[in-house]
Design a protein around this ligand. Sequence first.
Ligand SMILES: [Ca+2]
Ligand SMILES: [Ca+2]
Ligand SMILES: [Ca+2]
Ligand SMILES: [Ca+2]
Length: 412
Amino acid sequence: MSTRHWRMVSMFVILIVAGIACSFIGSNPSQKEVVAAAVQTLSLQQTINSLSQSVLITPSPSPSPELPSDTPSPTTEPTQTPTATIVHMMQPADPPTTSNSITDLSSKAYALERRSIGDNFTKNLYERPFTSQVMDYQPYLDIVKSSMAYAAPWYYASLFVEGEIPADSNTTYAVELDTDLDGRGDFYVRVQAPLSSTWSTERVQVYRDTNNDVGGNLPITAENNNPQWNGYDELMFDSGVGADPDLAWARQNPTNPQQIQLAFKSSLLGVGEFVWGTWSDEGVQQPAWLDYNDHFTLAQAGHPSTNSTDYPLKEMASLDNTCRWAFGFTPLKMIPGLCAIPVTPTPVVRPTKTACEPPPNGCPVFGSFASHWNPKTCQCEIPPTQCQPPPNGCPVTARYVWDPVKCKCVLK
Ligand SMILES: [Ca+2]
Ligand SMILES: [Ca+2]
Ligand SMILES: [Ca+2]
Ligand SMILES: [Ca+2]
C-alpha cells in the first residue's frame, strides 16, 4: 500500500472515531452504551494498527538457508592487503644493433673436463659456469658475449649465453655500471629467471651503492673482507616499485632464447659515458657482497682450474662475468676492471729524408741528352744507351774532360 492510500485510510478511521465521539455529545449515555462505544473504538484502533503494520513493514532480505547444526560456520576470508596497481607509461622496444660489445670465454669445450680457463679471482674476472664441488657445466650461465646499445631513453644491455635457461632456474642476469670511471661499480641492474619473452618489470631490480665502497679499498683487486663494506646497499627499484615504475625492464629475446636483454632509462645514470660489464649468477646472488673477491677468500671461493690447489669451485660457483668496456667514449687509460685496451697500431714510420735526393729542379739536360736520377747511386746519370764517356775516362795525356754535349773528350 502506498503512502497516499495509507493517509486516506487514516483519515477515514479518524472521521469514524470522531463521529462516535460526537454521538455522545449532547446525550447522556448509559453504561452499556459507553462499553459498546469503547469496544468499537478498540476495534478501530486494532484495525489502524493492522493497517499500519501492513504499510510499515519493509521487505526483509531473503533469509539465508539454515545451516545444519553440525556444519562448521564459514571461515572468515583473510583480509587482503590492498596492493597498488603499477601503471606503466612506457616500455622499451627492440634494441638497436651496436658494435659496443664484449667477448667472453666459452667454457663449453672444457665442460667434460669439469674445468675452465681464464678465471682470475684476484682481478674479479670469473669464468665459473659450473656447480660447486661437482663441477657440472651450466651452459645457461656461460656468457660468451655481451653488448650495450642506446636508443633514447633506453640503454639496452644484452647477454648471450651458451644454453637456454632451464624452467626451474632462478639465475640472475645483471649489468654492472661504473659511472665515474673509478673501477667501482655504481649501479647494478638485474633480473631473476624465469624470464618473459615480452618486456616486463617482474623480478627486475636496480641497486645503487650509496657510500662508494663497492670493491673495498682497491676496486677489482681481491682484499681481506671488511664487514663494514656493504657493496650495493640500496634497492631503488623492485619489480616496478620505485620512484619511476618504468625505470628498468627485462626479457628473453623472443627470437633467441639464449639472449637476455635488460633495458633501463638513461636517467638512472645521469651520464653518457660509463663503463659496463655483465654477470650471470645462480650461486651467490648477493649485490651487497660485491666485489665478491673481497667477501670470499680464494680458499672459500674455490677455483675452476685443475692446476689450482683451490680446485674445485666451492662457495663461489655457478656464475660468470665479463671484463668491462667503455660506452660513450674511447678509453685511453686503464680503468680497474676494463678489458685490455687494444694495442694502438704503431704509426707507420715514414722513411726519413736523407741527403740523397735529386736536385730540386731535376737532373740537368746536356744538349740532346737528358740525365736521370739514379737513387741507388744517388746521382744524375745519362742512360747507358746514350752517349757515354770512355769506360776508363778521358785520356790523361792532356787536360781532357768529357763533354756530354759533343759526346767526346775535349781539351779543357
Ligand atoms: Ca664465459
Ligand atoms: Ca664507480
Ligand atoms: Ca677490492
Ligand atoms: Ca655500499
